[in-house]
Design a protein around this ligand. Structure first.
Ligand code: NAX
Ligand code: K
Length: 495
């Protein structure tokens, strides 16, 4: 961003004009989200740099709209442009006040730091940020919540917990990270017409990090279309290798996730004692009862011709006692989705066994499972760790979290796609089983591994958001989720 900004200024755009343009756009969007009748009193926090300059222009405009604006400057000195905006605001009679005088505001605008934050925040500014975080006043952060590292998304000492963040120009990497999720609130991009040529010059066209556009992903992939002459075995045969005496429900939830994808045929390999349970719940599935270990896990797969399956999902509720089965599948050539104990079994056998697989491999770990798979990456930043993990395994890895990241093998440098919209309603035992089944169902129907991971993630997250609006976050249990996948799609594109 700094390099792009420099080129724009070199080409002749005056710095002050760009600040004016950006701040007017911020003001326009702010006025839509926080209308004057509901938010008459505005507190504006101003730092020493151009983030503070933006905030001062917004303060001026809101003052002219007739709102009661108060400004608190956190540092005595400012950059020249910020200083002159401050002088003009004073000349208009906008009061410059102590921090505590903002406590009665309806909205706080955070213009303390943007991408110019250089070091940890300490002393009075840290105290000010912590104080604001204790108030229950909505906060709108300009560019980034002050204190958050623009690239890494970690708090530098402390950081503002924003209600809304208006990111300026281009998405900043840090805002999309897992660690930023609890600081950024709702994210919006405020564009300011960066010339495409300038962006290309700085960034090139082969980026390794992408922000998923959920609406576009859904529109272009779902519902899946099948040929009019489709035969059930032409629209995918999926095998699930799942379940144990201890975790029977996971098998069922994975199967329900798979079913929602419309896959032509679902076969479910479970320990023999679970067979009748699965059949009652999934009469359309072929249930294969397998020999069991003493603990009720799958001991081995009976003589199955794995060639007939287009994809296999392995791991949901499996238990580690079924590790030999995971090993067999990893050494096979089928497209394979590994989840839960499937991942733990691979962690025990060593991830290097994935490298030579000929079929596609999709791993769906949360961070704990990821660290078991790649213990030497535990201390590395999440997205960097993900990139290394993909390079070493040649697998598509879906790292679950508030900002699920999907990393895909791509020449020298894996590509990472971040899902920007989700809901904590999904933080619930069983959500992952549904997802693994969905990915398997899509994979069996011929979608590429990377598309299945992206489409599955987006479809699940958007369904959960939709369900949470109707039933609250408490109401999005995995069964409801699996059953909501298709009604959600219908609500998007009624037939
Ligand atoms: N993207 C762009 O091209 C545009 C950027 N603009 C704004 O400019 C911002 C960047 O402005 P700046 O480069 O002036 O940087 P900032 O406004 O983020 O802050 C830099 C100032 O903070 C001080 N500082 C940094 N870390 C500190 C710490 N830990 N404790 C105390 N002081 C600290 C620095 O000495 C410097 O004075 C963007 O975030 C955005 O809001 C807009 O004005 C217009 C367009
Ligand atoms: K800010």
């Amino acid at each position: 961003m700094q390099a792009i900004e420099k080129l724009i200024f070199q080409a002749g755009m005056p710095v002050a004009a760009l600040m004016e343009k950006v701040a007017l756009r911020i003001t326009a969007r702010l006025s839509e989200l926080y209308p004057a009748q509901d938010y008459p009193r505005i507190g504006v926090l101003v730092g020493s740099g151009h983030n503070g300059g933006d905030a001062l222009v917004v303060a001026r405009e809101l003052h002219h709209q007739g709102r009661q604006v108060k400004i608190h400057q956190v540092l005595p000195k400012s950059k020249p442009l910020t200083r002159v905006h401050g002088c003009y605001a004073k000349s208009l009679g906008i009061p410059f006040v102590e921090l505590d005088d903002l406590a009665d505001c309806d909205l706080i605008i955070d213009g303390i730091f943007g991408f110019g934050l250089e070091r940890d925040i300490t002393g009075e500014i840290a105290i000010a940020i912590d104080t604001i975080n204790h108030w229950s006043i909505p906060v709108l952060s300009i560019d980034v919540p002050s204190g958050l590292h623009t690239d890494r998304g970690v708090a530098m000492g402390t950081a503002i917990g924003a209600t809304h963040t208006f990111c300026l120009g281009l998405w900043k990497r840090g805002l999309l990270t897992e660690s930023a999720a609890s600081y950024v609130g709702k994210l919006e991009l405020i564009g300011f017409d960066i010339p495409a040529q300038t962006a290309l010059q700085v960034l090139g066209d082969d980026h390794s990090l992408w922000r998923i556009n959920p609406q576009q992903i859904l529109r272009s992939h779902l519902p899946l279309k099948r040929p009019v002459t489709a035969h059930k075995y032409e629209v995918g045969h999926l095998l699930l290798v799942v379940g144990s005496a201890q975790y029977a429900g996971a098998a069922l939830l994975a199967a329900m996730g798979a079913k929602a994808t419309g896959v032509g045929m679902v076969s479910i390999a479970v320990p023999y004692s679970l067979k009748s349970l699965l059949l009652v719940q999934m009469p359309d599935a072929l249930v294969i009862g397998c020999p069991e270990t003493a603990s009720g896990a799958i001991a081995n797969l009976p003589d199955l011709d794995l060639e007939k399956y287009q994809a296999i999902v392995c791991g949901c509720g499996l238990s580690l006692d079924a590790a030999p089965v995971v090993e067999q599948l990893v050494h096979g050539d089928r497209h394979l989705v590994l989840d839960a104990d499937g991942l733990n079994a691979v962690a025990a056998m060593g991830v290097e066994h994935l490298q030579s697989r000929t079929g596609a491999t999709v791993l769906t770990p949360h961070w704990g499972e990821f660290c078991r798979l790649f213990p030497y990456l535990r201390a590395v930043e999440r997205l960097e760790a993900l990139q290394t993990a993909v390079s070493q395994t040649n697998a598509t890895i879906l790292l679950k979290g508030a900002k699920t990241a999907i990393a895909v093998p791509h020449r020298a440098m894996p590509k990472i796609y971040i899902n920007p919209e989700s809901t904590p309603a999904l933080a619930r035992g069983g959500s992952g089983d549904v997802l693994a089944g969905m990915i398997g169902g899509l994979l069996a129907q011929g979608m590429t591994a990377s598309d299945t991971a992206i489409v599955g993630t987006v479809w699940q997250a958007q369904t959960a958001i939709w369900l949470a609006q109707q039933r609250t976050e408490m109401g999005v249990d995995p069964l409801t989720l699996a059953q909501g996948l298709l009604p959600f799609l219908m609500s998007k594109s009624p037939l």
